[in-house]
Design a protein around this ligand. Sequence first.
Ligand code: TYD
Length: 213
Amino acid sequence: MAHRGTFITFEGLDGCGKSTQMRRLAERLREKGHTVLETAEPGGTPIGLQVRRVLLDSANQELSPSAELLLYFACRAQNVDQWILPALERGEIVLSDRFTDSSLVYQGIGRGLGAEAVLALDRIACRGLAPDLTLLIAIDLETGLRRAHARNKRKNEVESRMDEQAVEFHRIVSGAYLELAAREPQRIKVIDGRRTMGVVERDVWETVARYVS
Ligand code: TYD
């Protein structure tokens, strides 16, 4: 889809550090004089945040896989229409903490709904909008789960329905991310997230610098 801005997404397992990295990147881009919109999925817009509550409430154990998929895309459709496309049309840089790749790996592969169902919804919600660059912050499963559980405990988190999935689910998601990156090496850059935050930050910056002037 033609627009003047730059659309960059962050992907990775829960606890991979992508949210911190995205915040730091946004600060750095602003220091350079860029206008940056930061968003996240599920959530982002006020309406998306209401849908997020339904998706992540650990009380909603009955949520069916296809309802889950549709709700993630409801958030995305709202985010694209209300925030992302207008910002890109204004020529801004948009950073999103997760986007359609999350649905491809968590729902398409993890839940077994298939890539085709996910891509069909993507065509409706995103209408051809795809990230210019995706940073996959890769960590090992054990580190990710440990960090996600520590965070949930610390925050007394009720938004943990996805984190509570079986280890096997997260293992499948982890493999699916790497396969996706191998299929689209031009768009998806894998960043080794096991290193210290500062080293990862430098790597992210060097990668992004090639895309923004
Ligand atoms: P998020 O708020 O990014 O949490 P975290 O900081 O732990 O990554 O995402 C919440 C959960 O939603 C996360 O486990 C991944 C999952 N998710 C999907 O399953 N499909 C999607 O399309 C998206 C955007 C997220």
